[in-house]
Design a protein. Structure first.
Length: 331
């Protein structure tokens, strides 16, 4: 088989939504459930485009997908990671809107209909929704008034995963995922995408089912995986911080808030994944060298304010080292 193989069933002209599904070495039943969740939507065949990007799995899932007929496009590529796979999907997408879905997850169809309605009738550049670890999500939601991405990011924390956004293809321009990033590939892409949007509607609808299972990358807690995860996270924070300095004032303030949030998450993950005071000192020293520590004195959220205060002293860091693992066990 060639390193890149595409199979297209049918042709579609300007669908409303292109669903870009990334797949790699996952149980095929998860991928089929994912596709079924899209086909269950009220979209007519001409309104949807489903692109399955197989990121070089050892065994192609194609035979198990044939029962879906001409409802999808299948593209098999050499293994390059989810960032490269999504970028490939963006290259061939035709929809007015883009929706990313990981092949081992699925949409909660009856709830996602609400997001489609916002796109159809609200004419938003982007619909920002939530995820759930259950397929039985609430069917009552609150929607925000439309706002710009800059306004939203200056005043609120955002959802990091790109799968929780339905967005117009026209706003993406030359923005792409950074190849080679294995962990947190969304964290650089998502805030930059938000800054390009002039009309965002945020809804409390939990329209995306995030499947927790042992085969996901985030479940790998080997020392090598932990180091890779923290290194990828730090690289993303550094890139966003550097970019923020080049932006106009309102966008700069918006992105600096996100950088501070990601830096807080980086310290939290170091504590939870390393469980070691010396390692925490090493990673904080890296942040300090980049001008990212101490955390900025801003009143973003109550949680942020308390976390910042505690990280500013050795006694506070000791409290975090002892308390955070216990809090997680209680949850």
């Amino acid at each position: 088989m060639q390193s890149q193989q595409a199979l297209t069933q049918g042709t579609q002209a300007q669908p409303l939504v292109t669903f870009i599904l990334t797949y790699y070495e996952q149980p095929v039943v998860m991928l089929t459930k994912c596709i079924e969740s899209i086909l269950a939507l009220s979209l007519r065949p001409s309104e949807r485009e489903i692109i399955v990007i197989d990121d070089g799995s050892a065994t192609s899932p194609l035979n198990d997908l044939l029962r879906f007929g001409d409802a999808y496009v299948y593209l098999r590529t050499a293994n390059g990671g989810v960032s490269t796979a999504r970028n490939r999907g963006l290259q061939i997408a035709n929809g007015q809107y883009i929706q990313f879905v990981d092949g081992d997850d699925m949409l909660i169809s009856n709830v996602y209909e609400h997001c489609l309605d916002i796109a159809r009738y609200g004419k938003a550049d982007m619909v920002m929704f939530d995820f759930s670890h259950s397929t039985e999500a609430d069917t009552e939601y609150n929607d925000s008034t439309p706002m710009t991405g800059s306004e939203l990011m200056r005043t609120q924390n955002i959802q990091g995963t790109a799968c929780c956004y339905l967005f117009k293809r026209s706003i993406i321009g030359d923005l792409r995922f950074t190849p080679g990033t294995k962990y947190g590939e969304d964290e650089e892409f998502t805030p930059l995408l938000l800054l390009r949007a002039t009309k965002i509607v945020r809804t409390t609808a939990k329209a995306y089912y995030y499947r927790k299972h042992s085969g996901s990358a985030i479940s790998d807690t080997t020392p090598q995986a932990v180091d890779r995860r923290l290194n990828d996270n730090l690289h993303t924070i550094k890139n966003l911080s550097t970019l923020a300095d080049t932006l106009p004032p309102e966008e700069r303030v918006a992105l600096q808030r996100r950088v501070a949030q990601l830096t807080m998450d980086y310290i939290y993950n170091t504590i939870m994944l390393k469980h070691d005071a010396r390692q925490l000192e090493v990673h904080i020293a890296k942040l300090r060298e980049l001008g990212l520590f101490p955390l900025p004195n801003r009143e973003y959220t109550t949680k942020y304010k308390w976390f910042r205060r505690l990280t500013n002293s050795r006694s506070g860091l000791k409290i975090l080292l002892q308390a955070l693992p216990l809090l997680k066990k209680e949850r």
